[in-house]
Design a protein around this ligand. Structure first.
Ligand code: SR1
Ligand code: MG
Length: 394
């Protein structure tokens, strides 16, 4: 394989094909087609296909800046290594729910992985009317396994400390800190929203109780190291089909509060509860199943694979599960607000064509977000949460 020790340069479609041909994945002399298919905020993504056999892989390469803004927002390439290492770790815990990694190169900031083209990005599928019946039980399993096996309880404290060091991820954590916990709560230049929402947004900026609670959640994000998180687990980071679910893109991975990943899943499913009247109950069901599956699997792992033999017990398990739930609600609230008025929006809301309806759905997202942040301690159970969501959307 002649690909190691190359100096970094952004790939083009033709250099990506040339790169892929040297990885030992395709037959020698195979004619490869290469297409850049990336639609995310940060990276280049190429699909490389052997024209004769149809065999294909994905080559993902980090750019030295945030693609969503341009070269004026420089970023190091370190996130490519974080992503490939996190994929390998999560893939060992949930091989069926994470794409296989074939190759990674730190210098070129490249990861070669399984092509999931037979699946769709869950958010895109939802907007097209798909509901993916197994998605939430798969996500509950994924969350339980990744959050348990990377915690002090699943990994042991010494190994966990080492992994915390490996996954500090300062640059991408700073993006999350700013875009989720800071900028939406102030008049920041990064915010972006329709003029019709200005009065709602000003209420956010002047709500001292809300800002206090958002800063408590930010403190938890900044200081807690409960588990290795995906760090960006929205429905654009999930591939789905009727039978399969694959969680991709863990470049924001870091050690943080377990409720953060769970909260992002809740929030991004809640966008469909708001916009998708026809399948509202299905998406409420998905939120419920994500949580109940998570609790069942996490409880089993806690009881059967816990390394903290001197401190485990039912009481600590219940305490932890309740904390994860309360945190998840608060983080979901922050995610809902930032995806509505912050820098990186979601298509679930932005593609509502009728403007009046779009503004209404965004107002609902803001109201639910505020309520989750401020009242998270009052919502004790998953059925409380689903009832409250149901009331808000009428
Ligand atoms: C500059 S990156 C903007 C957003 O895209 C990523 O997917 C993360 O969600 C980040 O907050
Ligand atoms: Mg991403």
């Amino acid at each position: 394989m002649g690909t190691t020790h190359l100096a970094y340069e952004p790939l083009t479609e033709s250099s990506a094909a040339a790169f892929a041909s040297q990885l030992g994945i395709f037959e020698e002399g195979a004619i490869l087609a290469s297409n850049e298919i990336g639609d995310g905020n940060l990276n280049l993504v190429f699909r490389i296909t052997d024209k004769q056999t149809g065999k294909s892989i994905i080559l993902k390469q980090a750019l030295p800046y945030a693609k969503v803004v341009g070269e004026s927002w420089p970023l190091t390439l370190q996130r490519a290594k974080i992503e490939s290492e996190a994929l390998k770790i999560f893939g060992k815990m949930c091989p069926d729910l994470v794409p296989a990694v074939y190759f990674s190169d730190e210098q070129m900031a490249i990861t070669a992985m399984e092509d999931l083209s037979s699946l769709s990005i869950a958010r895109t599928g939802f907007i097209q009317g798909k509901t993916y019946p197994l998605l939430s039980s798969h996500l509950g399993q994924y969350l339980a396994k990744t959050l348990f096996y990377t915690s002090d309880y699943g990994l042991g404290t010494d190994k966990k400390r080492l992994l915390v060091k490996e996954f500090t991820n300062p640059e991408l954590c700073k993006i999350t800190e700013d875009l989720i916990f800071t900028d939406p709560f102030f008049d920041s230049a990064t915010n972006s929203f329709e003029e019709e929402l200005r009065s709602e947004v000003k209420k956010i900026w002047s709500d001292e109780e809300l800002k206090f609670h958002a800063s408590l959640l930010k403190k938890s994000f900044l200081t807690e190291t409960e588990a290795l998180l995906h760090g960006d687990l929205h429905t654009g980071s999930i591939f789905a089909s009727e039978n399969e679910t694959k969680v991709i893109d863990p470049e924001f991975a870091f050690y943080g509060p377990a409720g953060f990943d769970i909260g992002q899943v809740f929030a991004n499913l809640a966008f469909q509860v708001i916009v998708n009247e026809k399948d509202r109950d299905t998406f409420l069901g998905h939120i419920g199943t994500t949580w109940t599956t998570f609790v069942a699997e996490f409880t089993t792992l806690w009881k059967t694979e816990n390394k903290e033999i001197h401190s485990i017990g039912e009481q600590l398990l219940s305490f932890n599960l309740q904390k994860f739930f309360t945190d998840a609600l608060g983080f979901a609230g922050c995610e809902m607000i930032r995806r509505t008025i912050g820098l990186a929006h979601v298509a679930d809301l932005d593609t509502v064509e009728d403007k009046l309806r779009r503004i209404e759905t965004k107002k609902q997202a803001i109201s639910i977000g505020k309520m989750l942040i401020k009242d998270r301690e009052e919502i004790k159970t998953i059925s409380d949460f689903l009832s409250v969501l149901h009331e808000f959307v009428g």
